[in-house]
Design a protein around this ligand. Sequence first.
Ligand SMILES: NC(=O)c1ccc[n+]([C@@H]2O[C@H](COP(=O)([O-])OP(=O)(O)OC[C@H]3O[C@@H](n4cnc5c(N)ncnc54)[C@H](OP(=O)(O)O)[C@@H]3O)[C@@H](O)[C@H]2O)c1
Length: 288
Amino acid sequence: MESMGESRKHVGVLGLGRMGTALAGALLGAGHDVSVWNRSPLKAGPLLDRGAKLAATPAEAASADVVLSCLSTYDSQQPVLEAAGLSGRPLVNLTSGTPEQARTAAKWAASAGIDYVDGVIMAVPQQIGTPVAQVLYSGSEPTFAAQRDVLAVLGTPVFVGEDAGLAALYDLALLGIMWSTMAGYLQALALVGTEGVTPEQFTPMALAWHSAVAGLLPGIGEQVASGDYATDVSALDINAAGLAMLVETSRGQGVSTAVPAVLRELFDRAVAAGHGSHAIASVIEEIR
Ligand SMILES: NC(=O)c1ccc[n+]([C@@H]2O[C@H](COP(=O)([O-])OP(=O)(O)OC[C@H]3O[C@@H](n4cnc5c(N)ncnc54)[C@H](OP(=O)(O)O)[C@@H]3O)[C@@H](O)[C@H]2O)c1
């Protein structure tokens, strides 16, 4: 991603799981000095071959211009951060968690004199170091700005706000879209699979359909923003009727109705609340 120029830094990386290893690798690739610490030091081998320094303790890795942390969970991370003695240094926490965990970590960091930025990685390790990897940040904006050069090496950095919990909130909201999409796709594969249709045959149609549906999202967002659910395209009641057919057909074909049944229940509630003639966007009134 970004070229080194004058901005070579010493970066400490705590945690060398799949993601931590990818982060440290991208930083080495961009020419930064990288010190790494992991509970199981053997995992550092390939990074050491590329010039990383192995730290014997979290504190040794944290003796750097900026520290990135990427462990499994906040619970496993906290003792490591406490051992790191980060006072006076910037910490970018890339471990996934809830907004509340991020806010608690930010409060702890403030009390320990640490400049704290929370980050969430919307990518898999193989995408790290490419612009496809969006990494969302929240917390201290000055700290984010000061470390932007290092963070831009990992992927495309996006600052979403000063509330440290915001990045985690975006993360879970975006993951919710991913899981719903995948569950819908798996439901579809199970359904057409009952008649011998293979994923290979079905997936091209699913992709075209998925992209058409994605094109509807900005319009739905505008309706949610305005609260004006008038539609001349497709009213909620015919979609609720379609969902009832999907549930009935899933049952008839002998596959689970769990995924469409949840949506059917939600759409039916919105119809019962008087949104039958409104656009699908009106379902948000029930979700809220
Ligand atoms: N992989 C992805 O695609 C992906 C994508 C986005 C976000 N993330 C997030 O990135 C974080 C790391 O994920 P990952 O895929 O790298 O996980 P991982 O491969 O399972 O690695 C977990 C890391 O946490 C360390 N760890 C776990 N428990 C520990 C403890 N009690 N004390 C000290 N270290 C401990 C492990 O150390 P050992 O090596 O010693 O076990 C390892 O460094 C997670 O929060 C994950 O949600 C991952």
